[in-house]
Design a protein around this ligand. Structure first.
Ligand code: ADP
Ligand code: MG
Ligand code: MG
Length: 212
């Protein structure tokens, strides 16, 4: 069975770094359309900076400690809006899971909820503002529904990834009310929000580990 332990958490972050590197140009392009063109660069820089730190992680480390390491690295290496937002997300996620050795479905929902709430606390976006929250909130809702229905942790994760992907797509017809894209008014219509896309990639990377 799938066990979301420290090893899994490390594999998730490594896989995320790979996926973000592979999507660096695509995320920059999305951000060039409605922002300043650096979202891929920002995310890639942040996750590459985490990789050497993961090498030093010891056996006593917990999933929460890995999430905290991710948070502090993102906060110190990623500029712009996304650095503090994702940094806060991972920091709150770390706090929510505490010192447990492995995450069950309830802990996974707590992790996702705390991450989303951290982003909202920091950035004050609501659903429909055309931000990463449009991926996070459907992901939290879908994960919570799956967990309540008694689904195993892998199914909860898949529900979150699918909802985030859908949520990222749903930003395309929207006018932005937060971030740089909000300066564009109706010119933002027809373009996907880059942060919602990176959120979708991160959650898909987690769900994809089920088959590894
Ligand atoms: P910057 O726009 O400062 O260059 P990035 O390009 O790295 O930073 O990140 C842009 C992304 O940050 C947007 O696509 C959006 O998803 C997200 N974002 C911006 N402002 C907010 C906010 N207030 N709340 C939530 N997400 C936001
Ligand atoms: Mg940008
Ligand atoms: Mg920028």
């Amino acid at each position: 069975a799938l066990r979301l332990d420290t090893g899994w958490t490390i594999r998730w972050i490594r896989r995320s770094a790979e996926v973000l590197a592979a999507n660096r140009a695509a995320l920059n392009t999305l951000d060039r359309d409605i922002g300043d063109g650096d979202h891929g660069e920002n995310m890639d820089r942040g996750f590459q900076a985490i990789l050497p730190k993961l090498e030093e992680v010891t056996d006593e480390t917990t999933p929460g400690a890995v999430l905290k390491l991710v948070a502090t690295t993102l906060i110190s290496t990623v500029g712009g809006a996304a650095g503090p937002l994702y940094g806060t997300a991972f920091l709150k996620a770390a706090g929510a899971v505490g010192a447990v050795q492995s995450l069950d479905a309830i802990a996974l929902v707590a992790l996702l909820t705390a991450a989303r709430d951290g982003i909202v606390l920091r950035g004050k976006a609501v659903e429909g503002d055309k931000t990463m929250i449009d991926a996070w909130t459907p992901a939290v809702n879908a994960a919570s529904a799956a967990q309540t229905a008694g689904s195993p942790v892998g199914t909860v994760l898949l529900a979150a990834a699918d909802a985030a992907e859908h949520g990222a797509q749903s930003t395309e017809p929207l006018v932005a009310r937060k971030g740089r894209a909000s300066y564009l008014g109706e010119r933002a219509i027809g373009h996907r929000d880059p942060g919602s896309q990176s959120t979708s990639l991160l959650l898909r990377a987690a769900a994809d580990l089920m088959s590894h």
